[in-house]
Design a protein around this ligand. Structure first.
Ligand code: ZN
Length: 203
């Protein structure tokens, strides 16, 4: 089967900064949206990434997908997976999401975005969230999530509101993924914060 890999829009494209519009039930079930969902899934797996929102491929609609596959986690030390609360997540379509915070305790980790290619930064996120929305068939969807899933959901719902992680990151931690891998990847977040002069920001 031929795959459709969509062009990933980069920061600066207007569609990434505009609030996306909600989808109607008939629209969700339409062949156009069903095809877009498949193309977004193929694009996300090709990247690869763990989440993708429709504005990132040029569509200003409230549609996002998440998926965290076992193969993505193989190269990551188990203690890092545990620290991040990162577990395998099946492919999930989320339409018209409303996010509420269940536990506002801040979790701080490096985060990236396919629309800010080549960069990463420390981004504070709430520890636990609830997302209410619809799935790809227009059925009611309710997700309660913590750990990495909560982070992904906050990131994707932000996209649908015209926000990027750049808006909430700790600016001094913004760096290339190459430098992240070279200097910081295996260090605990508290050590990174101290070295980057971020402890006062956090206090
Ligand atoms: Zn993103």
């Amino acid at each position: 089967m031929t795959q459709t890999i969509l062009k990933l829009r980069q920061t600066g494209e207007p569609v990434l900064r505009q609030p996306a519009r909600p989808l109607g039930l008939d629209e969700i079930r339409s062949p156009e949206i069903q095809r877009l969902i498949v193309a977004m899934r193929d694009t996300l797996r090709d990247a690869p990434g763990v989440g993708l929102a429709a504005p990132q491929v040029g569509y200003g609609i409230q549609l996002a997908i998440i998926e965290d596959r076992a193969e993505y986690q193989q190269a990551i030390p188990p203690e890092q997976l545990t620290e991040r609360g990162r577990v395998v997540l099946p492919f999930q379509v989320i339409v018209n999401p409303k996010l509420s915070i269940i536990d506002p305790t801040t979790r701080l980790f490096f985060e990236g975005c396919l629309s800010v290619a080549g960069f990463t930064a420390l981004v504070p996120r709430a520890a636990k969230v609830r997302v209410e929305g619809l799935d790809e068939k227009g059925r009611v969807l309710l997700i309660e999530a913590e750990g990495w899933q909560a982070r992904i959901l906050q990131h994707e719902v932000d996209h649908l509101q015209g926000k990027l992680y750049l808006d909430s990151m700790l600016p001094r931690s913004f760096m290339t993924t190459a430098n992240h891998a070279r200097f910081w990847k295996d260090k605990p977040v508290c050590v990174v914060c101290a070295a980057l002069g971020l402890l006062e920001t956090l206090a």
